[in-house]
Design a protein around this ligand. Structure first.
Ligand code: NAD
Length: 412
């Protein structure tokens, strides 16, 4: 046994995973790639999706925040359904001899191994996407990596608790708080699987403004301005950023909370980006996505309970999707499908259409009324949410022996 091998066990504290399993993360990523290939080949057992004509897909794709969750799925679909060369920008902890990396580090390396084996170019830049330095490195990577030195699609999929303003050096923290009055709601204590009551505090005006600084559209705009100024945006370029709305039940914590203010700002940024991209015949979009378990969403108060109920209701009606299926629908039915670009009356792409169906929301509301503080969740699928969270960190696979030592620095 090599000295560098350590036993990597699941360790989750306050809904934040502290470890990631190299072999399990590789499994997670390869499974997602295989599912994408099957969808694109029309051989998937899930028959809800259209097979695609890859000719319509972008061939040079930059994903900012492309190592986990929605960003990783978007990258996988771009490459393995559409044949795109891809660049990912993400913030990762590197592995050491004794400590594992963040899951995004493993998933990105595995993705790149598979992409290169398929004849696609794929690189990652690890660092702070908010900084000028990473933007400079990205411009260079676009010139060096992509044919013609330009990009056709920029996906902005950052979820971060903190941002350093590149001009002033001021550090801003985002908060997940409500606005107006404190908000008390049932919630889910994931370790015990029990219903709890939480009171979400009110964000101060400064905290709300800081959250907009971190998760609003300023950085998306800075990225696009920089990429345009450097001449690396292709004619007809498209850029998409991800947002969330959700049902009224979660409005006090999400849409009408501090994060909702940031999402509003992100959505309004389209009004600045479209004129910027006009001479390139480019266009910017917001895609409103479904509530799904990711590293970012699992720490939002109240939302995990909503997701546990939502998952069960949507699964029962064969409407449940993961990030991968959402990304697949984004590419094939909203952005690059034969019907052309599909948006709502406000110009937003809606991938939350199935989540927001009245019958789905009615069933979730009914399930919500059954929950009792101190009791276990009823009429919900907590285990599915936990499994999803675990699997994206490489845990919970029956055939992986988690007592077997592994080298944290080796890509499986
Ligand atoms: P995630 O935590 O899985 O992914 C976040 C990504 O951002 C990761 O790749 C991470 O490395 C990267 N990142 C964070 N800080 C960074 C930094 N400073 N520099 C470079 N990279 C950085 O989260 P997610 O849920 O996939 O979120 C992605 C986007 O999708 C967010 O805008 C989120 O609001 C939106 N969204 C999420 C949901 C949901 O339910 N999960 C629903 C709708 C929209």
């Amino acid at each position: 046994m090599s000295e560098n091998k350590v036993v990597v066990q699941r360790k989750v504290i306050r809904n934040i995973a502290l470890t990631a399993h190299p072999v399990g993360c590789a499994r997670y990523t390869r499974d997602a790639i295989a599912r994408t290939r099957a969808l694109a080949a029309g051989t998937a057992s899930d028959t809800r999706y259209k097979q695609v004509a890859p000719a319509s897909f972008p061939k040079r794709v930059l994903v900012i925040g492309g190592s986990t969750g929605y960003g990783l799925s978007s990258r996988i679909v771009a490459a393995f359904a559409g044949g795109a060369d891809t660049i990912n920008i993400s913030f990762e902890r590197m592995p050491s001899e004794t400590k594992t990396a963040t899951p995004g580090w493993y998933s990105s390396h595995v993705f790149e191994k598979e992409a290169r084996a398929a004849g696609l170019k794929a690189v990652s830049i690890y660092g702070d996407a908010f900084s000028d330095e990473i933007k400079t490195q990205t411009v260079q990577a676009i010139k060096n990596t992509f044919t013609g030195g330009q990009v056709d699609l920029v996906i902005y999929s950052i979820a971060s608790p903190v941002r350093t303003d590149p001009k002033t050096g001021t550090v801003y923290q985002s908060v997940l708080k409500t606005l107006g009055e404190p908000y008390t709601s049932l919630s889910l204590d994931i370790p015990t699987r029990k219903i709890t009551s939480v009171t979400v505090p009110v964000a101060t005006e400064e905290q709300a403004a800081d959250t907009v600084k971190v998760m609003g559209g300023e950085d998306w705009m800075l990225w696009m301005e920089r990429l345009k100024a450097e001449g690396v945006l292709a004619s007809g370029v498209r850029t998409v950023a991800y947002s969330y709305i959700g049902p009224e039940k979660t409005f006090p914590i999400y849409r009408n909370g501090s994060i909702g203010k940031a999402k509003e700002h992100l959505e309004n940024t389209v009004g600045v980006l479209d004129p910027l991209l006009a001479d390139l015949k480019g266009k910017s979009y917001i895609s409103v996505n479904k509530a799904l378990v990711t590293r970012a969403s699992f720490v939002i108060p109240v939302v995990p309970l909503y997701m546990a109920l939502l998952y069960k209701v949507m699964k029962e009606r064969n409407l449940h999707e993961g990030c991968l299926e959402q990304a697949y629908r984004l590419f094939t039915e909203r952005l690059y499908g034969p019907e052309g670009i599909q948006t709502d009356e406000k110009g937003r792409i809606r991938l939350d259409d199935w989540e927001m169906k009245p019958e789905i929301q009615k069933a979730v509301d009914e399930a919500w009324t059954l929950q009792v503080e101190g009791e276990e969740v009823v009429a919900g699928d907590v285990e599915a949410c936990i499994q999803e969270y675990d699997s994206l960190h490489g845990f919970g696979y029956d055939d992986i022996d988690y007592n077997e030592p592994v080298d944290p620095q080796v890509i499986a």
